[in-house]
Ligand binder design. Structure first.
Ligand SMILES: Nc1nc2c(ncn2[C@@H]2O[C@H](COP(=O)(O)OP(=O)(O)O)[C@@H](O)[C@H]2O)c(=O)[nH]1
Ligand SMILES: [Mg+2]
Ligand SMILES: [Zn+2]
Length: 320
C-alpha cells in the first residue's frame, strides 16, 4: 500500500502524487458510492498500486481517504439547502498577496480574503510584493495587520527581496495564494521555482468572475523535495477565494475572524452585541482608542452586511 496526495480530478480519475512519482487512480467501488465530493485535491489517500506493470500499465486504486486537517469549501446548491462543497483538502495556509503599487493595496479586499481564511480556520500571511516601488506601503500594512497578529512579508521579484523567506513559508506546506490579479503571484512563484513554468492563477483568472464554474482546485507540487517531490510543498490553484466567499459565515461569529477584536468580544455590554451601533461596545471603543486600525472595523461592517442577509437557508441554519 502506498500513500499519496491527490493533485487533481478529471471525471472519475485522479492524479495522485506519491513518493514513487505521479500515478493515475480511480476510486474503489465502496468509496464511489459515497458523496461525489468524497475525494478532492489535497486529500491524502491510500492506494493499491499494481506491481509488475511496465510503469503505468495498471491503474492504481484509491482504497482509503485520510482524515482532513482542513477543508476549503464553497457553496453548492443542495437538494434542499445549500451545502458546503469541498474544493481543496488539507490546506495549511493562505498567503494573501498585495502589491506596494500597481495595483495599490486594497485593504477592504485584503480583509475579505483574511476573513474567508479565518472562517475556514486557516492561518494567513500577508505578502507585500513590488516592495521596491514604494517602501512606505510596508509600514502602513504592518501597522494594520501586525496588531491582528499577521506576518507581513515584503517581497520583490524585480529587485530580489524576501524570496528566501517566501520559499521557507511555502516549503512542506500546502498553500493557497490569494490576491487580485497583477500583484505578482505568478511572477513570485516563477522566480522561486524556475523551470516550474507555473501557470498558477492563470487558469483561475481566466475562469475568474462571472460565469459560474464547477472547476475544482488543482495542486501543483513544488520542486525541491525528496523523491517524487514529496515534502517540498504544494500550491493550490483554486478558482479563487472569491468563489469560496463569505458564504456560511455566521454573522454572530464574524468578530472572531478579526483576531485583534477577540479580546474585546466578551467585554461588550450586550452579550449579543453586533459591534455596529450598540452602546457599551468594547470593540468600537477599542477602535476609537486606536488599539487597532479603526478601518478594520469598517471592513467588519461591510462584511457583516454581506453575511447578514436573512434568507430561509440561514434561518434554517440557525434553527438547528
Ligand atoms: N515592479 C515590480 N513588478 C512586478 C513584481 N512582480 C511582478 N511584477 C509585474 O507585475 C505584473 C503582474 O505580475 P503577475 O505575476 O502576472 O501577477 P498575478 O496576476 O498576481 O499573477 C507583471 O508585469 C510583472 O512583471 C515586482 O516585484 N516588482
Ligand atoms: Mg497570475
Ligand atoms: Zn460590541
Amino acid at each position: 500500500m502506498t500513500t499519496g496526495v491527490v493533485l487533481a480530478r478529471t471525471g472519475s480519475t485522479y492524479r495522485v502524487d506519491t513518493d514513487r512519482g505521479e500515478v493515475t487512480a480511480t476510486l474503489r467501488g465502496r468509496l464511489k458510492h459515497q458523496d461525489g465530493d468524497r475525494v478532492v485535491a489535497g486529500d491524502v489517500v491510500d492506494l493499491d498500486v499494481p506491481t509488475g506493470g511496465e510503469g503505468g500499465g495498471g491503474r492504481a486504486t484509491i482504497v482509503g481517504v485520510r482524515r482532513r486537517r482542513s477543508v476549503l469549501a464553497r457553496r453548492a446548491a443542495g437538494e434542499r439547502s445549500p451545502r458546503r462543497q469541498p474544493i481543496a483538502a488539507n490546506v495549511d495556509q493562505v498567503l494573501v498577496v498585495a502589491a506596494a503599487r500597481d495595483p495599490e493595496p486594497n485593504p477592504r479586499m485584503l480583509d475579505r480574503f483574511l476573513v474567508i481564511a479565518e472562517a475556514n480556520r486557516l492561518p494567513c500571511v500577508v505578502i507585500l510584493n513590488k516592495i521596491e516601488l514604494d517602501r512606505s506601503a510596508l509600514e502602513r500594512l504592518a501597522r494594520r495587520y501586525g496588531v491582528a497578529g499577521y506576518q507581513v512579508l515584503a517581497t520583490s521579484v524585480k529587485q530580489p527581496e524576501g524570496l528566501t523567506a517566501l520559499r521557507d513559508l511555502l516549503r512542506g506546506r500546502e498553500s493557497v495564494l490569494a490576491g487580485p490579479s497583477g500583484v505578482g503571484k505568478s511572477s513570485l512563484l516563477n522566480a522561486l521555482y524556475p523551470g516550474l513554468n507555473l501557470r498558477i492563477g492563470e487558469i483561475s483568472e481566466k475562469w475568474g468572475t462571472g460565469k459560474h464554474t464547477t472547476r475544482a482546485a488543482l495542486l501543483v507540487p513544488l520542486p525541491g523535495g525528496g523523491a517524487g517531490g514529496a515534502g517540498a510543498g504544494y500550491v493550490v490553484d483554486t478558482p479563487g477565494l472569491r468563489e469560496v466567499g463569505t458564504w456560511g459565515i455566521d454573522p454572530e461569529l464574524l468578530g472572531v475572524c478579526f483576531p485583534e477584536f477577540r479580546r474585546f468580544l466578551d467585554q461588550c455590554r450586550f452579550d449579543n452585541c453586533r459591534h455596529l451601533a450598540e452602546p457599551g461596545c468594547a470593540v468600537r471603543e477599542a477602535a476609537g482608542a486606536g488599539t487597532f486600525d479603526p478601518d478594520r472595523l469598517e471592513s467588519y461592517r461591510h462584511i457583516y452586511e454581506e453575511v447578514n442577509v436573512p434568507s430561509w437557508s440561514s434561518a434554517r441554519r440557525r434553527a438547528r
